[in-house]
Design a binder for this molecule. Structure first.
Ligand SMILES: NC(=O)C1=CN([C@@H]2O[C@H](COP(=O)(O)OP(=O)(O)OC[C@H]3O[C@@H](n4cnc5c(N)ncnc54)[C@H](OP(=O)(O)O)[C@@H]3O)[C@@H](O)[C@H]2O)C=CC1
Ligand SMILES: O=C1OC[C@@H](O)[C@H](O)[C@H]1O
Length: 378
């Protein structure tokens, strides 16, 4: 609890200003940053790596991007200040000047291109979910191990210091009680969803794949236990492809306690009514027998986050924040990228999202699809 504190409005506004209007440090003269290459002129790359790299210019520089259409790559590179482009994904990963690769391709292409990066001898940060299903994820990491290669999933929330502090807090059984429940939610209403990669079964889309994988990963992280079964509570299919869910609600059960349950809500096209009930912001609620903790904004926490601890015996709630001292403006992505650098340069792979968690997370996603009677993503 000592590491949790309340943030004043002035602190919050000043931090928010600096997050929205960032100033970046310049690289030191002696710096030898790693050259990062991006596969695909993807919408997420500026948030996930291009801007975060500007905060750590001694460690990374975004060196190149490749797109299916080379002209698109050139335009994207110009817009984002990327040094050069490659004519194809293949050419980029095989260039000796590229030291590491980031894969923000559609989910269904993660496995294929991560395997190719291993063969090209490149450490690779793969967007979530790391593969289309658990078998693929297991194969990918087995292959990476056999080649002593670094392949890691971009579950950026994991790197925000508040997550580990919360875990420490809830694991103090004397204070928190036994952990018996979880509610996690990540929902949105995406514009242009019909033509989005998330609505394509052949690209391994779906709301569990895109959004649900986050609250599932929070559940597994805070519970430190794998679910044994999943029960579908609600499912709204995409009218043009019933294999794609636009909104899903799933309940998981656990072996340690038949009463222990976790409810996950995720939506690509969340019904307005549901949004009014659950709110727009992502959250993870961990229920103990003595206390209940609500972590609002486990991702994008540098804009704002809140940790509400309710004492179940008094009914009183205290609210805290945990902006990392000296790095208040850093988001999940900056911490993730810095860890990726440490893993590459110092071999500290334990800094990255654990590979067994990547596989088990996909197992929980596969389990949910089976429970919904929907085909696993391939
Ligand atoms: N960490 C995070 O916070 C977030 C992660 N993501 C993840 O990042 C990945 C990309 O998401 P996002 O950036 O929103 O998606 P985009 O559609 O913007 O980008 C996907 C890229 O994949 C390339 N691509 C290659 N083959 C295909 C194909 N057959 N169909 C469509 N695109 C193709 C395109 O690159 P090209 O330029 O070569 O045409 C495109 O730029 C997903 O895995 C998603 O889960 C997404 C959002 C947030
Ligand atoms: O990873 C993600 O996080 C944020 C969402 O808006 C997005 O769709 C998803 O891909």
């Amino acid at each position: 609890m000592e590491s949790f504190k309340s943030t004043s409005i002035v602190e919050s506004l000043s931090r928010l200003y600096n997050v929205l209007f960032p100033t970046y440090p310049t690289a030191s003269a002696s710096a030898t940053p790693l050259n990062l290459g991006i596969l695909g002129a993807a919408a997420i790359a500026p948030t996930a790596v291009i801007n975060p790299a500007k905060r750590i210019p001694d460690k990374f520089r975004v060196y190149s991007v490749a797109a299916r259409d080379p002209a698109r790559a050139k335009e994207y590179a110009k817009k984002h200040g990327i040094i050069r482009t490659h004519e194809s994904y293949e050419e980029l990963i095989n260039d000796p000047d590229i030291h590491a690769v980031y894969i923000p391709l559609p989910n269904g292409l993660h496995y294929e291109w991560a395997m190719k990066c291993i063969d090209a001898g490149k450490p690779v940060l793969v967007e979530k979910p790391v593969a289309s299903n658990a078998d693929q994820a297991a194969k990918l990491f087995d292959y990476a191990r056999s080649k002593n290669a670094l392949v890691t999933e971009a579950f950026h929330w994991y790197f925000y210091p508040a997550a580990a502090k919360i875990k420490e807090f809830i694991n103090d059984t004397e204070n928190f009680g036994e952990i018996i429940g979880f509610d996690g939610s990540l929902t949105m209403r995406l514009k242009g969803i019909e033509s989005d990669i998330r609505a394509s079964y052949s690209l391994a889309g779906g709301s569990l794949m895109d959004m649900g994988c986050y609250p599932i990963s929070w559940m597994r992280y805070f519970f430190d236990e794998e679910p044994i079964s999943a029960k579908p509570l609600r499912f709204i299919p995409f009218e043009k492809d019933s294999k794609i869910e636009f909104f899903t609600e799933i309940e998981y059960a656990f072996a340690s306690n038949p009463k222990k349950k976790a409810v996950i809500k995720c939506g690509l096209q969340t019904p307005w009514k549901e949004w009014c009930k659950i709110g727009l912001l992502p959250f993870a609620v961990i229920r103990g027998t003595k206390k209940q903790l609500t972590y609002t904004m486990p991702m994008f926490g540098n804009y704002f986050h809140n940790i509400a601890v309710k004492d179940l015996s008094t009914g009183k709630t205290q609210n805290f924040q945990m902006y990392p001292p000296g790095r208040e403006v850093w988001g999940t992505y900056e911490f993730q990228l810095e860890s990726f650098h440490t893993a590459i340069t110092q071999g500290k792979v334990e800094k990255m999202y654990p590979t067994e968690d990547s596989v088990n997370n996909m197992r929980a996603v596969d389990m949910a699809y089976a429970a919904l009677d929907l085909p696993r993503r391939e």
